[in-house]
Design a protein around this ligand. Structure first.
Ligand SMILES: NC(=O)c1ccc[n+]([C@@H]2O[C@H](COP(=O)([O-])OP(=O)(O)OC[C@H]3O[C@@H](n4cnc5c(N)ncnc54)[C@H](OP(=O)(O)O)[C@@H]3O)[C@@H](O)[C@H]2O)c1
Length: 264
């Protein structure tokens, strides 16, 4: 087993076919949760679920993993996934709003408004769609539910090139706090703000210059998906039962930066 015990808990993780969502689904299932992960494509979701299930075959107490298709912006997909989770396990305890996108590069004022709306739809509004569906399916009916939204350190700073993405994640941080006010004590609502993590989404930020990217952090490396999964598990677990409306930065210190006296 792992540090966490999610035995008999049920979790939905959006965007779980790879990257941070996959690592999160893996850790939650390894810790006993029955996990329902999604992707836009059924095949990708099913393959990821099968891979995690195979990895955990010898892990005592591991939960089940089910892969389902579901575009995050589609309310009917959210309702179907949450209903399937409750039908199979009788409950829903954890929702991880992880799926995100970043197709709009360049100065914000130069962007096509339709593309900007799309980024906000996926990164800011879709978590609301899944929260509504999870509540309707009974999230938090058994014990206090936990909702974890995956934001970004970009939400906390100004940056050229990905201003639309960062603004959409800033909106998600604000929504997280508002939702924490509105949904307690039935559910806790928190966010995790990753720095640069080794995934497909962020390849432009590290792939051909990993040493330079790593050098911007006091801890001297870029993040791995498992680093973020650990933070999500903490916010989903009873050990954080008095934490809601907060944002946990997990960035190896990228936001604070490095010093010329590092290591001395
Ligand atoms: N990697 C980083 O450095 C970093 C830093 C800060 C924040 N984040 C955030 O972390 C989250 C996960 O990103 P990642 O880096 O792990 O990306 P990733 O490796 O590209 O994975 C993205 C996941 O989301 C799914 N997805 C994408 N669009 C979707 C949609 N419209 N509906 C349903 N699923 C969708 C993808 O599956 P399909 O393509 O199969 O649908 C995939 O499973 C995102 O919210 C991202 O903004 C990442």
């Amino acid at each position: 087993m792992t540090t966490y015990d999610f035995t008999d808990r049920t979790a939905v993780v959006t965007g779980g076919s790879r990257g941070i969502g996959y690592a999160t689904a893996h850790l939650l299932a390894a810790s006993g949760a029955n996990v329902f992960l999604t992707s836009r494509m059924a095949e990708a979701a099913e393959e990821a679920a099968a891979q995690i299930t195979a990895d955990l075959a010898d892990t005592t107490g591991a939960g089940t993993v089910t892969g389902l298709a579901g575009h995050v912006a589609h309310p009917e997909a959210a309702a179907a996934v949450c209903a399937a989770a409750v039908e199979a396990t009788g409950r829903l305890d954890i929702l991880v709003n992880n799926a995100g996108t970043n197709p709009a590069y360049g100065p914000v004022a130069d962007q096509d408004p339709a593309l900007v709306a799309k980024v906000f739809e996926i990164n800011s509004t879709s978590p609301l769609v899944w929260i509504r569906a999870a509540l309707d399916a009974g999230l938090g009916a058994e014990t206090t539910g936990s909702i974890v939204n995956i934001a970004s350190i970009g939400a906390l700073t100004m940056e050229d090139g990905i201003g639309v993405y960062n603004s959409s994640k800033a909106a998600l941080l604000h929504l997280t706090k508002q939702l924490a006010r509105e949904l307690g004590p039935r559910a806790r609502v928190n966010s995790v703000a990753p720095g640069v993590v080794r995934t497909r989404l962020s390849e432009a930020l590290w792939k051909d210059h990993e040493d330079a990217a790593a050098a911007t952090s006091p801890l001297g490396r870029i993040g791995e998906p498992a680093d973020i999964a650990d933070a999500v598990a903490f916010l989903a677990a009873p050990s954080s039962s008095w934490i809601t409306g907060t944002n946990l930065v997990v960035d190896g210190g990228q936001l604070v930066g490095t010093s010329s006296i590092s290591g001395k």
